[in-house]
Write a protein that binds this ligand. Structure first.
Ligand SMILES: Cc1cc2nc3c(=O)[nH]c(=O)nc-3n(C[C@H](O)[C@H](O)[C@H](O)COP(=O)(O)OP(=O)(O)OC[C@H]3O[C@@H](n4cnc5c(N)ncnc54)[C@H](O)[C@@H]3O)c2cc1C
Length: 405
């Protein structure tokens, strides 16, 4: 890829210079170049500092700038792309749990590929997290520190990660399928001219072809598709929290911190204030015990029974999409393909049939208990313990037994 500037269209207005986070554009005199008269008498030129981040394209009012992509042939010099990267997402200064899960997976992929594992950490005064990133397997941390990075900004994050990828050329980039990851990673993939597989449930290395096999549900979750990105680099994927298991940290494991410039440009959106979500938000993804209810409950009032059982066990309340769509429970309780992915020690499904979309969000729970009056319900295929019966009889018995402990 290369950034081309059309000398005839360029008016020399200089807007692109202000937009470039890397100071990679200059204005040069038009005189003697046989170009049309312009009130600015200058044209923009690209220097070697250009990382092809694309920030200038959006500002050019004269359609004079283009990143030329190699059509059909994929990324040139693919062999130069090396290493596995994990985007180390921090929120309010806390590294998100999915990062450690991705580092654990990334370490295994890097070892299989015989390459290094790096984390990319954007933020302000976040260096203290590097030790933990090394402990979970990173060999290097690319650290970008700037006050403007204290809060997430899609434009800024996109520019910086694009610039880093173009500069260091990683072979694989993994990001959490969080709201932050989902917001900016597709923009990065477009800018670096590669593909992106969202919400993967499996990542393996094809050691013969040296290609990342990215598996995810497709067609409404009815099949599992394995997607490859054979011609473009990096290979990029997002993975939701709790899909992969977090390994044990190796305290004191050494690593290299590589400080990178932030190159912040004037952004279109500014964060004025951060207001945390109010109300009864449950953190299902972190719960050790979840009791979930489905359509079998028959109405919203019966979720009180589920809440009572969850309360006795010290767990959280989950719900199937049928229960959420019926308006019986708020959407943040939903477990499944379009809800939360959970991996508790104990998952109790009450009046839930076990559709493939529900299983996609909870089947990796350590112990699954299913209560359903239909002995042929698919939930029993994944359950460790199945109780065939009316939940309105079974659940009160369980609550009674727990109260009598
Ligand atoms: C693209 C897509 C994404 C989706 N994403 C999700 C998702 O994220 N999460 C999700 O859950 N679903 C999702 N769904 C919906 C999914 O296909 C199912 O429709 C849904 O999971 C069914 O919910 P349910 O099991 O509660 O209801 P049902 O399938 O109607 O099952 C109710 C069960 O309750 C049992 N029952 C009834 N009465 C009693 C009783 N008194 N005692 C004991 N058992 C009883 C019945 O035998 C039955 O098995 C998605 C669908 C699509 C197409």
């Amino acid at each position: 890829m290369s950034l081309n500037i059309d000398n005839v269209k360029c008016s020399g207005c200089g807007l692109c210079l202000r937009a470039c986070p890397f100071g990679a554009l200059l204005l040069e005199s038009r005189e003697g170049q046989g170009l049309p008269e312009s009130k600015y008498r200058k044209i923009a030129i690209v220097t070697e500092a250009c990382t092809l981040c694309g920030a200038c394209l959006e500002t050019c009012k004269f359609d004079a700038m283009q990143i030329e992509k190699i059509q059909g042939g994929g990324t040139p010099h693919k062999e130069q792309y090396q290493g596995v990267w994990v985007f180390a997402e921090q929120r309010d200064g806390a590294i998100q749990g999915v990062v450690y899960e991705l580092l654990t997976k990334g370490r295994a992929l890097a070892d299989q590929r015989g390459t290094h594992l790096a984390a990319v950490l954007l933020g302000h005064q976040q260096q203290e997290h590097c030790a933990a990133l090394f402990a979970y397997g990173a060999d290097k941390v690319y650290l970008v520190d700037h006050p403007a990075l204290a809060q997430f900004n899609s434009d800024t994050y996109t520019d910086i990660l694009t610039g880093l990828i173009n500069k260091h050329k990683p072979e694989i980039v993994l990001t959490g399928g969080t709201s932050i990851g989902r917001t900016f990673i597709p923009r990065v993939a477009i800018r670096v001219n590669t593909g992106l597989t969202a919400d993967c449930t499996g990542l393996e290395m094809d050691e013969k072809e040296n290609i990342l096999l990215q598996t995810r549900p497709a067609f409404g979750g009815n099949i599992m598709a394995t997607i490859i990105c054979p011609n473009h680099r990096p290979q990029m994927a997002t993975v939701r929290h709790k899909v992969f298991k977090q390994g044990a940290p190796a305290a004191g494991r050494p690593g290299e911190i590589i400080a990178e410039p932030a190159g912040i440009r004037a952004v279109k959106a500014r964060v004025l204030e951060v207001v945390h979500a109010m109300g009864q938000q449950v953190n299902l993804a972190e719960a050790d015990i979840i009791v979930s209810g489905g359509r079998g409950l028959g109405g919203p009032e019966n979720f009180a029974l589920i809440a009572e059982l969850a309360g006795e066990l010290g767990g959280a309340v989950g719900a199937s999409r049928a229960a959420v769509d019926a308006g019986w429970m708020p959407s943040f309780h939903q477990v499944g393909q379009t809800g939360k992915t959970v991996c508790p020690k104990l998952y109790i499904a009450c009046g839930i049939s076990g559709s493939i979309q529900h299983l996609a969000g909870m089947s990796s729970s350590e112990v699954i208990v299913a209560i359903n009056k239909d002995p042929a319900a698919p939930i029993f295929d994944v359950a460790d313990y199945g109780i065939v019966g009316d939940l309105f009889a079974v659940v009160p018995e369980l609550i009674k037994a727990l109260k009598n402990r």
